[in-house]
Write a protein that binds this ligand. Structure first.
Ligand code: KIV
Length: 266
């Protein structure tokens, strides 16, 4: 099966073919998502929220990200694999950033890294991609900066902030990023950014005009508890399906109807 590459992803924008990215954190889920035809699997630091039961992504470590990237990579044949650089894996120095980006590739089996981007990290993006590692930028709502922004708020509603994000998108492209996540920004701003850069934009809570869309697997499959953000569409309700299956199992064990002869050895 033909692997999705960085040049292929960039070409999809030229062909106006939408890019689909979904997060995964383990082998079986990655395998299901890959076979369902997604283009990029992101091992997001959303790991903290959806797998580790944390209130935010800040405590997630490099070792945890590398471990989850490694096990996700075992489930993939076709999709491009991107590893998300966790808080404090690139902020302190360019050297840290290079070393940690390298770990995603060498130990995790990733093919690119994503990092939450502001004006301070453009040199870092340049250095990582110069070392041979493709970089996905991420602007708008950056969950690693919630203590600065005051929470999970829509970004770019004011003219000045919208202008800053547009400039930041262009500078991120100039620094060498191959794609750009736009998180929680008004859709008209997402459209302006998408039309202003050559690299593909991938939106989450950024409306329909981006070159692609990303959702967290637990959100789209209906595993996350309510409430979920407005931009999430639940395509299934696995929470109820699993709860019903386990309830049935509990009932059958309690009443002695499981295991029956069909599920026992002679
Ligand atoms: O951590 C994550 O899952 C992400 C996506 C939501 C883009 O950054």
């Amino acid at each position: 099966m033909k692997k999705v590459t960085v040049p292929e992803l960039c070409d999809m924008k030229n062909r106006r073919e939408k890019i689909v990215m979904v997060t995964a954190y383990d082998t079986p889920t990655a395998n299901i998502i890959d076979e369902a035809g997604v283009d990029i699997i992101l091992v997001g630091d959303s790991l903290g929220n959806v797998i580790q039961g944390l209130p935010n992504t800040l405590p997630v470590t490099m070792d945890e990200m590398v471990y989850h990237t490694k096990i996700v990579s075992r489930g993939i044949e076709r999709a491009h694999l991107c590893g998300d650089m966790p808080f404090m894996s690139y902020q302190a120095s360019k050297e840290d950033a290079l070393r940690n980006a390298g770990r995603f590739i060498k130990e995790g089996g990733a093919e690119s890294v994503k990092l939450e981007t502001n004006e301070n990290y453009l040199d870092t993006i340049y250095a990582i991609q110069k070392s041979g590692i493709p970089v996905m930028g991420h602007i708008g709502l950056c969950p690693q900066s919630i203590h600065i922004t005051g929470g999970y708020k829509i970004q770019g509603r004011e003219n000045q902030e919208a202008k800053r994000l547009l400039e930041l998108a262009k500078s991120t492209e100039e620094a060498g990023a191959f794609s750009l996540v736009l998180e929680s920004i008004p859709r008209d701003l997402a459209r302006r950014i998408t039309e202003s850069v050559i690299i593909p934009t991938i939106g989450i809570g950024a409306g329909p005009f981006c070159d692609g869309q990303v959702l967290v697997i637990n959100d789209l499959a209906g595993l996350s508890p309510e409430p979920v953000p407005r931009f999430v569409k639940r395509y299934a309700n696995l929470r109820d399906s699993i709860a019903n299956a386990v309830r049935d199992f509990v009932e059958e064990v309690k009443e002695g109807t499981f295991p029956d002869s069909e599920h026992s050895y002679n």
